[in-house]
Ligand binder design. Structure first.
Ligand code: FAD
Ligand code: DLZ
Length: 538
């Protein structure tokens, strides 16, 4: 993949050394990075840049900015120790143009670079910028495939082409065969089936001792970054401290080992559960390491598979975990590139309501939402079911503009990059892609949240009550959603029973549900401008 075909990076025959500029972006912190492989460090300069544009194209959570800057600074040190020349541009460096393109142009001149070699940006926005670099610098730019993903995009497109439906499950089976993970020698899946999800919907008994994820004391580099973020990004969402996230490969490997030993065995059984006050349950929180390159997907899956082979973790946990990574993570990335740039504009359900202010403040009487937002503010983390069935579900049934929802998700999570956030939000959670990713909308009433969590017991609303000012708002909003979109969903075989129930209700009952939902929607305060993007509502 070359924007200015060159590809020749060998030493020239003459005496003058070729200086190759290797920009390494903030989510490319892997020693195995394609642009670093096969290059003699003596002939290259690695460019790393902290730039305002990346830190503010949405106003990221403070913890996320600190994580990326600290991990970048540590990675630069690691490269230097390995013999690389690293030109590291801190945010406050004199002359910093505060954009990737501006810094690449400056560095190319400064180092008299004769070639640029870079791994493709993970986000469409950044990939577009890279296409300009050859013209802007006047030198060859080699843009390499990001082979840290298991499935090359060209293979994903081959899989996707000609299929009417792009369901993850079939892609996942191909990925199992491709990687050999949890595969028997006879070509059959380990444990006799591909998917053990039916074993993964347990409700944790009271008083379980949940393992906390591994956390690390900030060293001098991280402390400098924390001071910088406090000073320069004070108005951004979220709590900066306490800060203990892994910021080096060594710490990431320690986190992986800790997860395998303490949480993986119960990962499957309680995967969909939500418990107030326990932010991580048995989830790995490894997404932050995977998404910036401190861990690679196959090594993480291999570690889980090894635990299964040793008899340290059951098949339902290990299969469920591996499916998230070689299945969902790779599939989501493929779907992003398959549909961009249209994906970012999709709004199949024509939802236009502004995001409610409580997504930023946590100030709502719905306990599931105030707990999930509160945890997001503190940790820059919520697990999958909180994201999908509480935060996403509410926005879906309330009819919130999917772009505003997507901006919120992109800001608030430590693992949020557009390639993975957007298809999960616009596609899976808001059904704004019209069903490319999900075969039915992830909408539910309060009953689902009550079944899967302990939120409802102490909520000011009653989950048992269906309508009225004291009823859980999810109950009426759910029917309001189904009624609004009856034309689209009534024929969906997975939703037939719900529409049959709706139609069996008396006219009065239906009107009561709709009025109750409308009354609640009236009370929602729209988010103030500027939370997610400078000057933009929501
Ligand atoms: P675990 O539960 O331990 O799962 C293991 C790993 O599987 C994760 O680390 C992650 O790498 C991968 N994974 C699981 N589900 C998905 C998925 N649907 N898509 C991609 N990877 C997956 N994930 C992100 O990495 N960044 C995001 O910005 C993001 N936004 C999301 C928004 C919504 C509305 C939803 C429903 C999901 C989103 N996800 C996102 C997917 C998933 O929720 C997170 O990957 C997961 O919660 C991260 O926590 P964990 O590492 O503890 O995951
Ligand atoms: C998210 C982010 C932030 C906050 N800041 C930087 C930065 O200053 N420099 C950098 O190289 N990367 C940063 N990133 C991550 C980039 O946005 C990320 O590399 C792109 O999303 C890649 O597509």
């Amino acid at each position: 993949m070359c924007s200015h075909a060159s590809g020749r990076l060998n030493r020239p025959s003459g005496p003058a050394p070729v200086t190759t500029l290797i920009p390494v972006l903030g989510d490319q912190l892997s020693r195995s990075l394609a642009s670093l492989r096969g290059v003699d460090p003596a002939d290259a300069v690695v460019l790393m840049m902290e730039v305002w544009d990346e830190a503010t194209y949405v106003r990221h959570h403070k913890k996320k900015i600190a994580l990326i800057f600290s991990a970048m600074r540590h990675f630069a040190e690691e490269l230097r120790s390995a013999g690389w020349s690293v030109d590291y541009i801190p945010l406050d460096a004199r002359g910093n143009t505060q954009s990737f393109t501006g810094e690449v142009v400056r560095a190319a001149k400064r180092h008299k670079a004769q070639a640029i070699r870079v791994v493709e940006g993970a986000e469409y926005r950044v990939r577009q910028m890279q296409d300009e670099w050859a013209d802007r610098t006047g030198i060859d730019v080699e843009i390499l495939i990001d082979d840290r993903f298991v499935c090359p995009l060209s293979d994903f497109y081959t899989w996707a082409q000609g299929r009417r439906e792009h369901r993850m499950e079939y892609f996942y089976r191909d990925m199992r065969r491709r990687t050999g993970l949890l595969m028997r020698e006879d070509g059959k899946p380990e444990g006799g089936q591909w998917n053990f999800d039916h074993d993964n919907r347990g409700t944790p008994p009271r008083g379980l001792n949940y393992p906390a994820p591994e956390r690390f004391k900030p060293d001098a580099i991280t402390q400098d970054v924390l001071a910088l973020v406090e000073k320069r990004f004070a108005g951004h969402f979220g709590d900066l401290e306490p800060f203990g996230l892994p910021v080096t490969r060594k710490q990431a490997l320690k986190s992986l080992k800790h997860f395998i030993a303490t949480a993986l065995p119960d990962f499957g059984q309680y995967q969909d559960a939500m418990v107030a006050g326990h932010d991580y349950l048995y989830h790995s929180s490894l997404s932050l390491c995977l998404n910036i390159g401190l861990l690679e997907p196959l090594e993480v899956c291999k570690a889980a598979e090894d635990a299964y082979k040793r008899g340290d973790a059951p098949i339902n946990s290990v299969e469920g975990f591996i499916r998230q990574i070689i299945g969902w993570r790779e599939y989501i990335r493929g779907m992003y590139w398959w549909d961009m740039p249209k994906f970012a504009e999709r709004n199949a359900l024509k939802a236009t309501r502004p995001l409610p202010e409580f997504y930023w403040t946590g100030d709502t009487d719905l306990r599931c939402l105030s707990e999930s937002v509160g945890q997001t503010k503190r940790e820059a983390y919520a697990h999958h079911i909180q994201r999908l069935m509480v935060l996403g579900n509410f926005a879906l049934v309330a009819g919130v503009d999917p772009q505003a929802v997507s901006d919120w998700f992109l800001v608030v999570y430590f693992d949020a990059y557009e390639w993975v956030e957007l298809p999960n939000v616009v596609g899976m959670s808001q059904f704004a892609d019209g069903g490319m990713i999900a075969s039915k909308p992830y909408a539910s009433s309060g009953a689902y949240i009550d079944r899967m969590s302990d939120y409802c017991g102490k909520c000011r609303y009653s989950v048992k009550q269906k309508t009225g000012p004291d009823a859980c708002p999810f109950n009426a909003l759910y029917w309001h959603f189904l009624a609004r979109h009856e034309k689209r969903f009534a024929g969906n075989p997975r939703m037939g029973t719900m529409y049959a129930t709706w139609r069996r209700m008396s006219e009065d009952k239906r009107a009561e549900y709709l009025a109750s939902a409308d009354a609640f929607l009236e009370t929602l305060e729209p988010a103030k401008a500027g939370w997610a993007r400078e000057g933009k509502t929501g």
